[in-house]
Design a binder for this molecule. Structure first.
Ligand SMILES: Cc1cc2nc3c(=O)[nH]c(=O)nc-3n(C[C@H](O)[C@H](O)[C@H](O)COP(=O)(O)O)c2cc1C
Length: 195
C-alpha cells in the first residue's frame, strides 16, 4: 500500500507529534515510520540527543556491543542509496551494528532461543533513538530492507560486527502511514498467568 506524503498534513502531524507535555505512552504512540524527509539537516544538538538515547540504553550484562555509524555527507548518502531503496530522502542515516565478539551470548538451550543478545541490545538502542527523535519533533524510519554485503563493503564494517538496521533520521515531511494505527487488540497480545 502506498504511503501518503502530503506536506500540509505532514506539517500538522509533526506539530501534533511534538510531545511537550505528554506522557511516555503518548510519545510512544506518536512515533511513526516517516517515509518522506525534508532536505534540512538535523542540528548537532538534536543528533547528540538521539545518540545519547542509544548510549544510555541497557544491554545484556552491560556489554554495550552496539556501534553506530553516522552518515550525513553527500558521498555517504549516495552509498546508502546503493544499499537500500528506503532512505526516503533522510539527510542523516544511522547504520546500527553490534560487535558479536563483545555481545552477550545466551547459554545454548537457556537463552531466548538462539538469539544473540546483541540483536536485542541493538533493538533497544534503535527504539530509544526513535523515541528520542520523536520527543524532538523529528522523524525516523527503521529500515531492515538493505543489502548487507554492500553496506559492509562501502562502510568498512568490521568482520566481527553484525549489521542490524539502518535508521533514517530527519525532519518529517510525511504523515504516518495507514499501518501506524493497525495494532492488535490488547487481549490478542497479552494473556494472564499462562500461554
Ligand atoms: C525491524 C523493522 C524493520 C523495518 N524495516 C522497514 C523497511 O525496510 N522499510 C520501511 O519502509 N519500513 C520498515 N519498518 C517500519 C515498519 O514497516 C513499521 O514500523 C510498521 O509498518 C508500523 O508502522 P509505524 O512504525 O508507522 O507505526 C521496519 C520496522 C521494524 C521494526
Amino acid at each position: 500500500m502506498p504511503f501518503e506524503t502530503c506536506a500540509t498534513d505532514a506539517k500538522e502531524a509533526v506539530m501534533e507529534q511534538t510531545p511537550k507535555e505528554h506522557s511516555y505512552l503518548s510519545l510512544v504512540g506518536h512515533r511513526y515510520s516517516c517515509r518522506k524527509f525534508a532536505d534540512t539537516q538535523v542540528d548537532d544538538e538534536q543528533l547528540r540527543t538521539v545518540l545519547e538515547a542509544a548510549r544510555k540504553s541497557p544491554s545484556a550484562r552491560n556489554n554495550q556491543p552496539v556501534r553506530i555509524c553516522v552518515v550525513q555527507s553527500d558521498e555517504g548518502l549516495a552509498k546508502i542509496d546503493e544499499c537500500t531503496q528506503c532512505r526516503y530522502g533522510a539527510p542523516t542515516v544511522l547504520v546500527v551494528a553490534y560487535d558479536h565478539e563483545a555481545s552477550s551470548h545466551p547459554t545454548p538451550g537457556h537463552g531466548p532461543e538462539t538469539c544473540d543478545f546483541g540483536d536485542i541490545d541493538a533493538a533497544i538502542a534503535i527504539t530509544n533513538m526513535e523515541n528520542a527523535a520523536a520527543s524532538l519533533g523529528l522523524g525516523t524510519c527503521w529500515v531492515g530492507a538493505f543489502e548487507p554485503e554492500k553496506v559492509r563493503e562501502r562502510f568498512n564494517v568490521p568482520a566481527t560486527y553484525r549489521l542490524v538496521e539502518l535508521l533514517m533520521l530527519g525532519h518529517a515531511e510525511a504523515a504516518p502511514g495507514p499501518r501506524h494505527t493497525e495494532r492488535l487488540a490488547m487481549d490478542e497480545i497479552v494473556v494472564r498467568e499462562t500461554f
